[in-house]
Design a protein around this ligand. Structure first.
Ligand code: PMP
Length: 407
C-alpha cells in the first residue's frame, strides 16, 4: 500500500468539496484540465491584492515586486522540468501556442520543400495541425509513426521513418486519449543520431510524473499550466538556449526588442525574445506556485497511488459486460478510454453528469487515433492524485445504471 494520504491532499483542493446535481462532485476529467490547490488560488489572490503591476519596465516598487515574482516563477518552472537555465523557459498561452511558435519560427527556417516532419498516430491535434499548416506552406510532408492495437508506438516501424529528409520528430510524451507513456528516452537518441530535431509534447506527462528535459535530450519541450494544477492561459516552451536564440521572433512588439528605429529593429535574447507584449503575469506566477506545490509532493507515493487507482479502475470497468478499453499499453498513466456496446459516449457523459460525475466524451482532439480504431471517439475517465477508490466505485455504479437504462 502507498503512503499517500488522499484525504489530506483533497483538503487542499476547495472545488472537490462541492456537490453537482445533488451528488458529491466526482471529477474524472483531469486530462482536460486539473483542479487547483489552495496554494495556487491563494497565490493568484495575493498577486492581485498586493503585487499587481506591469513587469520589466517599471522603477517603482510594485513593478519590481511583480517582476521578481514573475522571474521567480520562471525559476520554479525550470526546476519543475529539469531545465538547466530558467531563461530557456518561455511563457506562452499554452502547449498549443508553444508548438505553433516552434512551427512558425524554427520550422519556417529549417523545414523546406521535400522535407519530412514525423509525428505519431496518437498525437493531439495541437501536435498535428501546426505541422500540417507548415508543411503546406513550405512543401514538406507530415509522416506518421503507426501504433499497435494496444495503443503503443510501433517501434519496429520507426527506423525506416527516420529518413535523411526528416527534419523534425514531434512526439507526445504521454497520449491524452490512451494514457500510453511513450519510451521517449529510447526514441530521442535514435532521432538525434540522425541529426533530427526533437520536440516533445509534455502536456500530459507533466501532470503525472517528474520530467527532466536535460536528461531526455530533446530540443524542445512544451506543456500547459492548466493541466498541472496551474491557471489557464499560461504554458511553457522550453528549448535549448542556443537553438532558441538563433530562431527568429514569433510576435513583434514591446519587451522583445533591443532597439527600435524606423530604419530597423533588433531583438533581445531569450526569454524576452519570445514574450512580446504584457504577458500573463498572474498566470505565470500561479504556474510557479503550482510547480512548487507539485514538487513538494512525495513523487514515489504519488506514482504508486495513481497506479493503484489505474489498476483498480481498469479491473472494475473491465468487469462491465460490453465495456471495451482502448489503450492497454504496458506503461500508461491513469487515463482510461472506453466504449460501452450500443451506447453513444455523449449519452454516457450526460447520464454520468446527473450523478455528479465529470468525464469526457468524444474524440479528445485525437481524430486520427480514433480512426485507427475505427471509432469516432470514446468515453474517457482520467484520474489525478486527488481521486479516490470510492470515486472509481461511483463511476462503475453509474455506468452500470446507464447500461441498464440504455443498453
Ligand atoms: N497535447 C496534448 C497531449 C494534450 O493533451 C493537450 C490538451 N488536451 C494539448 C497538447 C494542448 O493543450 P492546450 O489545449 O492546453 O494547448
Amino acid at each position: 500500500m502507498s503512503q499517500w494520504d488522499v484525504a489530506q491532499v483533497r483538503a487542499e483542493f476547495p472545488i472537490l468539496g462541492q456537490t453537482v446535481n445533488g451528488h458529491p462532485l466526482v471529477y474524472l476529467d483531469n486530462a482536460a484540465t486539473s483542479q487547483k490547490p489552495r496554494a495556487v488560488i491563494e497565490r493568484l489572490d495575493r498577486y492581485y491584492r498586493t503585487e499587481n503591476a506591469n513587469i520589466h519596465r517599471g522603477v517603482h516598487a510594485l513593478s519590481q515586486e511583480a517582476t521578481a515574482a514573475y522571474e521567480a516563477a520562471r525559476e520554479s518552472v525550470a526546476r519543475f522540468i529539469g531545465a538547466p537555465e530558467a531563461r530557456s523557459c518561455i511563457f506562452t498561452r499554452n502547449a498549443t501556442e508553444a508548438i505553433n511558435l516552434v512551427a512558425a519560427t524554427w520550422g519556417r527556417e529549417h523545414i523546406g520543400a521535400g522535407d519530412e516532419i514525423l509525428v505519431s498516430e496518437m498525437e493531439h491535434h495541437a501536435n498535428i495541425v501546426p505541422w500540417q499548416m507548415l508543411a503546406e506552406q513550405v512543401g514538406a510532408t507530415v509522416t506518421v509513426i503507426p501504433i499497435n492495437d494496444r495503443g503503443e508506438l510501433d517501434l519496429d516501424a520507426l527506423p525506416a521513418l527516420l529518413t535523411s529528409r526528416t527534419k523534425l520528430l514531434a512526439l507526445c510524451h504521454v497520449s491524452n486519449s490512451l494514457g500510453t507513456i511513450n519510451p521517449v528516452e529510447q526514441i530521442i537518441p535514435l532521432a538525434k543520431a540522425k541529426g533530427i530535431t526533437v520536440l516533445i509534447d509534455g502536456a500530459q506527462s507533466t501532470a503525472h510524473f517528474p520530467v527532466n528535459v536535460a536528461t531526455l535530450g530533446c530540443d524542445f519541450f512544451v506543456f500547459s499550466g492548466h493541466k498541472v494544477c496551474g491557471p489557464t492561459g499560461i504554458g511553457v516552451l522550453w528549448g535549448k538556449p542556443d537553438l532558441l536564440n538563433a530562431m527568429p521572433p514569433y510576435q513583434g512588439g514591446g519587451d522583445m526588442i533591443d532597439r527600435v528605429s524606423f530604419a530597423g529593429t533588433t531583438f533581445r535574447q531569450i526569454p524576452e525574445r519570445f514574450e512580446a507584449g504584457t504577458p500573463h503575469i498572474a498566470g505565470a506566477i500561479g504556474l510557479g506556485a503550482a510547480a512548487e506545490y507539485l514538487m513538494g509532493l512525495d513523487q514515489q507515493a504519488l506514482a504508486a497511488y495513481e497506479h493503484e487507482l489505474l489498476t483498480y479502475a481498469t479491473e472494475q470497468l473491465q468487469a462491465i459486460d460490453g465495456l471495451q478499453i482502448y489503450g492497454e499499453a504496458a506503461h500508461k498513466v491513469s487515463v482510461i478510454s472506453f466504449t460501452l456496446a450500443g451506447i453513444h459516449p455523449n449519452d454516457i457523459g450526460t447520464m454520468l453528469d446527473v450523478d455528479g460525475i465529470a468525464i469526457r466524451t468524444g474524440h479528445h482532439c485525437t481524430m486520427p487515433l480514433w480512426a485507427r480504431f475505427g471509432l469516432e471517439g470514446s468515453t474517457r475517465a482520467s484520474f489525478a492524485f486527488y481521486n479516490t477508490l470510492a470515486e472509481v466505485d461511483a463511476l462503475t455504479a453509474s455506468l452500470r445504471k446507464v447500461q441498464k437504462l440504455l443498453g
